[in-house]
Design a protein around this ligand. Structure first.
Ligand SMILES: Nc1ncnc2c1ncn2[C@@H]1O[C@H](COP(=O)(O)OP(=O)(O)OP(=O)(O)O)[C@@H](O)[C@H]1O
Length: 648
């Protein structure tokens, strides 16, 4: 037991023996202190003799007070730090009391030395005081959040799943193409011939990466679950062919038709556009494609999908269905034998937009039809027996120029071991990620085609139409696509420009109010160059592929950054050059700059149109406005008369 000695404070021992010992110790200590005091006094005296004749080191009254303060601080600090109850520390305390006593006796030199000593440690004291402030709050006080500390908070970095953080990077350069259509292993000759027929000799970067990847994933035995993919590449970069070609190639070997590919797009017009591409490349195969968007009657669509055979029962007539979420749900609910159980590919084009179509719960109905429950089953263990019992889910292919890379939003799709292909904002070659490196900078940044030049023009509401007219006429712009907020705005602007140009500008308007055939007609005329300026609502903003759009004007400010990216993406497509101008009111400039920042854009310049340049058109503009007012009143009256006739 003697090996361990535990020293404890056992309160004051009143036994006489211990008391004498303590007195002796105290005596020794006082003696020691006295000796030190004398030594110090002697040193000071000798120093005073040496320095005083050369230096003026007098301490002013104010200085004295300051020094005293500092010494007090120092004392406080030392007190705080010495939490040991040993003899040495008490010795220091005594010593300090003696020092202060000397200052009180106006010993200038001692003051000075103390001052210097204190000054040296002043910073230290300050720091300690700050720490004190932060850490030691009186017990009965609350800390008021945000009142004291103005230090910049460190930004919280998102920790992304590995597949989102480390994507395959897709180049945005459509000028330097390295992959010819013959370089792709696994594309049949007749498909390659069809590509040539359509003047496609090289694959765009997104196609060069996605097509071989999908073809090779199909080589796995059919029982294996295949990884889903998400593709985010600029507008006009050829995403449609990136899924059409591998699907046609993989499915063409099927024996019996049944729905093996389901392609979902947000709106009718886009579905029609994709349907046409499928039709083109399926024409060299036996595959059948159906467009189910409500353009035909429901019964006609049903007849197109299913046939009842007297011997074999219900038979699917199609292999690929291109549809919109609403119409798909209608068929899932009301078409007997409409089954998605054999779907091998589930393509969601303009995926971020389709995922917003939640009103009819299309995903729930699709899952229910495919799996028999609203949720996708979990993958079985990798044993032949387990794999043979569970049917692999459809391989999901998600495409968009503004694909949401938000893990939470993507989670509802139940992606299986997904792979991300994305283009990046930086034009520099992105190196392969280092082991364990996490890249989150792709998230939320949208790329636009390299050939697209963007500018913005600050306008006033009064002069906006005149600025547009001036730009079109003075710069001889042709094939201009102009975006406005509403159908009414499109109509008014179209009339005003016609009056301003006295009929020399051929303007047309486009909105969802027009019937489908009328819309088709307008687009054909615009593509053929018979229309100079097409004024449209956002109905044409997303996905529409119109070759030869040279200028896009966002006449009314785009509401969201995605809206902006899709609008400007109607030009500068497939490697062609294009220009986009956004009209911004004075009070919208900051919002616009923020929008660009969000999209990762930093070099959008201003196009200045001075008021002086507009002055010559002023009178002309006034009379055009009068004519517009008359037109609008005339239209209003004729509408009233029509309504009255219908009522009577
Ligand atoms: N390899 C290619 N060579 C030449 N032209 C191509 C090639 N691939 C696609 N195109 C053409 O590029 C245009 C744009 O293609 P697509 O509509 O697929 O773009 P996208 O990426 O889907 O655009 P958005 O995001 O706006 O929908 C189309 O007219 C298409 O015919």
């Amino acid at each position: 037991m003697d090996m361990f000695i535990i020293n404890r404070y056992l309160a004051v021992d009143s036994s006489g023996d211990h008391g004498t010992k303590e007195k002796e110790n105290l005596q020794k200590l006082l003696q020691k202190i006295e000796e030190r005091r004398k030594r110090k006094k002697a040193t000071v005296h000798s120093l005073q003799n040496k320095i005083h004749p050369f230096c003026d080191i007098s301490v002013t009254a104010q200085g004295e007070n300051e020094n005293e303060d500092i010494i007090k601080k120092k004392k406080k600090k030392k007190d705080r730090m010495s939490d040991e109850n040993d003899v040495d520390s008490s010795d220091h305390k005594e010593l300090k009391i003696v020092d202060t006593g000397e200052i009180a006796c106006n010993n200038e030199m001692t003051e000075h030395l103390n001052f210097r000593e204190s000054y040296q440690s002043e910073n230290e004291i300050k720091q300690l005081n700050e720490v004190d402030k932060e850490e030691k709050l009186p017990e009965n006080e609350f800390m008021v959040l945000g009142s004291d500390s103005f230090t910049k908070k460190q930004k919280v970095k998102r920790v992304l799943p590995s597949w989102l953080a480390n994507p395959s990077v897709v180049s945005v350069n459509l000028k330097e193409l390295h992959t010819t259509i013959n370089d792709i292993d696994g594309l049949d000759e007749d498909i390659v011939a069809k590509l040539k027929e359509n003047n496609i000799t090289h694959l765009f970067p997104v196609q060069a990466q996605v097509i071989p990847w999908l073809l090779s994933s199909a080589n796995k035995p059919s029982m294996y679950w295949r990884s889903d993919i998400c593709v985010s590449a600029p507008t006009g970069s050829g995403k449609t062919l990136a899924f059409v070609l591998p699907i046609v190639q993989i499915l063409r070997k099927r024996v019996v038709p049944c729905i093996r590919a389901l392609v979902i797009l947000p709106v009718q017009d886009l579905a029609t556009q994709v349907y046409k591409v499928f039709k083109t490349y399926c024409s060299v195969t036996n595959l059948k494609v159906a467009l189910i968007t409500g353009q035909k009657s429901f019964v006609m669509e049903q007849q197109q999908l299913i046939k009842i055979n007297s011997t074999f029962g219900p038979q699917s007539l199609v292999d690929i269905v291109v549809t919109t979420p609403g119409r798909l749900v209608d068929h899932l609910k009301s078409t007997p034998n409409f089954s998605l159980k054999h779907v091998r590919f589930l393509v969601i084009d303009e995926a971020d937009r389709v995922m917003e179509c939640i009103q009819n719960d299309w995903l729930y109905h699709v899952n229910k039809n495919i799996y028999g429950s609203e949720d996708q089953p979990l993958p079985p263990p990798l044993t032949p027996a387990a794999l043979a019992t569970v049917r692999p889910p459809p391989q999901k292919l998600l495409f968009s120029a503004t694909l949401s890379q938000d893990p939470e939003k993507l989670q509802m799709l139940g992606l299986f071991q997904p792979k991300l292909f994305t283009s990046v904002v930086s034009q520099e070659k992105v190196p392969e990620p280092l082991a364990g490196e996490v890249r989150g900078e792709f998230i939320g940044k949208y790329t636009t085609p390299a050939e697209l030049k963007e500018k913005y023009c600050v306008v006033t509401p009064e002069t906006k139409p005149l600025v547009l007219y001036y730009l079109i006429t003075s710069r001889r712009w042709k094939q201009v696509l102009c975006f406005v907020d509403s159908q009414g705005a499109a109509h008014r602007l179209s009339l005003l420009l016609t009056h301003l140009s006295q009929g020399s500008l051929h303007c047309a308007e486009m909105s969802s109010v027009l019937r489908r055939q009328e819309r088709g007609e307008v687009i054909r005329n615009f593509v053929d160059g018979h229309i100079d300026i097409l004024i449209s609502t956002d109905a044409l903003a997303r996905g529409t592929d119109m070759p030869n759009v040279k200028y896009v004007v966002s006449y009314d400010f785009p509401k969201y950054v995605k809206n902006y990216i899709h609008r400007i993406g109607r030009t500068g497509r497939a490697g062609k050059s294009g220009k986009a101008i956004t009209f911004v009111l004075e009070n919208q400039v900051c919002t616009f700059q923020d929008m660009l920042k969000t999209a990762g854009k930093h070099s959008v310049r201003e196009l200045v149109v001075s008021e002086d340049t507009l002055l010559p058109f002023e009178e002309h503009y006034k009379s055009a406005l009068v004519q517009l007012k008359q037109d609008m009143e005339g239209e209003k009256n004729s509408l009233l008369q029509k309504n009255e006739r219908e009522e009577s």
